[in-house]
Design a protein around this ligand. Structure first.
Ligand code: GDP
Ligand code: GDP
Length: 446
């Protein structure tokens, strides 16, 4: 994973304009990736030999996945929501960029945000945006000096000093060798999600046994979430954000408010996510929402149904059917039935995580891509829509993680869902991507 820097700030200061500039090289793709929670976007910045991830915290756009148990956004006001997103960014970023609007001047909430980010202990850059030309710089930045943060002025829209801005951001990154050493030390990062009492910490304990070491406290979190690293056969694995492993304060955990939005957070810090479900409790509405959300966000993940020792032998088939049916539209998502107690199937979790992660990085050679398109279309022609049959020109692989395939077609709007699903199934088969997420896109071209 690359180091991350988040753009934070009030709505309309120009965060998404800056974001789009920063990710210019792969804009088309990231644009397709507003990821379900429309409140944040991630993109890759490749510049001066360095690669990093920029996060646009987005501000206050309401999204349909907003979790009602967290309280309605309107009531708490947008300021609370921005602080929440900032808090979230702090836990996964190496640095923060506070964006302000040079034309609006310094507003009280900017001041509050500045205090907030300063306390994070992370390196912070103050970006005074909408300085549309060098001649405006002194005038529009004057007020902001009092915040006492390293400052840069630029214009996301007109491009003034974008280069200086990029360089300043890059200087906040940890040295590359240091970062890589740390990544290597952690190995494959795995996040365990799921309701309290599903058995997440029991699973981590059973899998890691006596070989584990607890590496870090996550600063600033109220829960005792820690990263647990362990090694087996000379390879390292880290369970990120593992709550309850060290101090097994069950009372805290069981009263802990469980919400879909907050629990999905750990998955952004991991390579692969394990969604732990309680096999005895059955599949709840919230479990289903989590599955859908992870699937829509193209998170590499598996479903692990735990406590299978509590399911009677004669009920096992029926229980399995429930999970299989729930995933029938996303049949690539693997399901394991395990028991932290009896250790049944525990050995399969890590190799499966490895497989998923390696499939995320499949890169298909051009020759095979072209043969594949022909094979798909020859085997089953796309259905005629409004008396016209969609015509494919060629396909490319635009990205890995997740593997993203773009089809160039005469009219992208004529693609039928059933045919898109057929195409995805065919791609998975031909490219041997069994369990990783895959993205299929269509572009009109003539
Ligand atoms: P966000 O809500 O912080 O993501 O802000 P946006 O990127 O959506 O920008 C808000 C508005 O400010 C839009 O109308 C942009 O066109 C405008 N804007 C963004 N950057 C600049 C800039 O550098 N100069 C000027 N003059 N306008 C800008
Ligand atoms: P967490 O809140 O998701 O971390 O769940 P815990 O790991 O604390 O487990 C909650 C409860 O379920 C504890 O009482 C565990 O002993 C129990 N438990 C966890 N895994 C299993 C399992 O595989 N079988 C059985 N029978 N009980 C389990």
């Amino acid at each position: 994973m690359y180091p991350k820097i988040a753009l934070i700030g009030r709505p309309n200061v120009g965060k998404s304009t800056l974001f789009n500039r920063l990710i210019r090289s792969n804009r088309a793709i990231t644009h397709d990736r507003p990821g379900v929670t429309r409140d944040r976007m991630e993109g890759t910045v490749k510049r001066n030999g360095r690669t990093w991830t920029v996060i646009d915290t987005g501000g206050i756009h309401l999204d349909e996945n907003h979790d009602a148990t967290e309280g309605p956004i309107e009531l708490r006001g947008f300021e609370a929501e921005i602080l929440r997103q900032t808090q979230e960014a702090m836990s996964e970023c190496v640095a923060l960029c506070l964006v302000v609007d040079g034309r609006d001047g310094l507003l009280p909430f900017d001041r509050r945000l500045a205090d907030y980010v300063r306390r994070s202990g992370l390196p912070v850059l103050l970006a005074v945006n909408k300085v549309d030309g060098g001649e405006l710089e002194d005038m529009l930045t004057a007020e902001f000096h009092e915040l006492g943060l390293p400052m840069v002025a630029m214009s996301g829209e007109h491009g003034f000093n974008m280069r200086g801005f990029e360089e300043d951001l890059q200087s906040l990154l940890p040295p590359e060798d240091e970062w890589e050493a740390k990544e290597e030390e952690a190995g494959l990062k795995i996040a365990m999600l799921g309701r309290p009492n599903a058995g997440k910490s029991s699973l981590v304990n059973s899998i890691t046994g006596g070989n584990r070491m607890i590496v870090s406290d996550v600063a600033g979190t109220t829960r005792d979430s820690v990263d647990v690293t362990y090694s087996i056969d000379g390879k390292r694995y880290t369970f990120v954000d593992t709550a309850g492993v060290r101090r097994r304060s069950k009372i805290v955990d069981s009263v802990e408010r469980y919400s879909v939005n907050s629990s999905i957070k750990s998955s952004t810090k991991a390579h692969v996510t394990v969604l732990v479900l309680d096999g005895q409790e059955g599949l709840t509405q919230q479990d289903k929402r989590l599955i859908d959300l992870l699937d829509e966000r193209k998170t590499p993940f598996m479903v692990v149904v735990n406590k299978i020792d509590l399911v009677k032998q004669n009920e096992l088939a029926a229980v399995k059917k429930v999970y299989k049916d729930a995933l029938s539209y996303s049949s690539h998502i693997p399901i394991l039935y395990v028991s932290a107690l009896t250790r049944a199937n525990l050995k399969r979790i890590i190799p499966l995580a490895e497989q998923i992660w390696s499939e995320c990085h499949v890169r298909v050679p051009t020759g095979l891509l072209n043969r594949t398109l022909e094979a798909i279309v020859t085997k089953q022609q796309p259905p005629v829509v409004n008396r016209v049959r969609p015509k494919f020109f060629y396909m490319t692989q635009a990205e890995t993680n997740p593997p993203t395939f773009v089809f160039f077609v005469n009219d992208a709007d004529r693609m039928k869902d059933a045919y898109i699903r057929y195409m995805e199934r065919s791609l998975r088969k031909m490219f041997k991507i069994e369990h990783a997420p895959v993205r299929v896109r269509f572009r009109s071209s003539h």
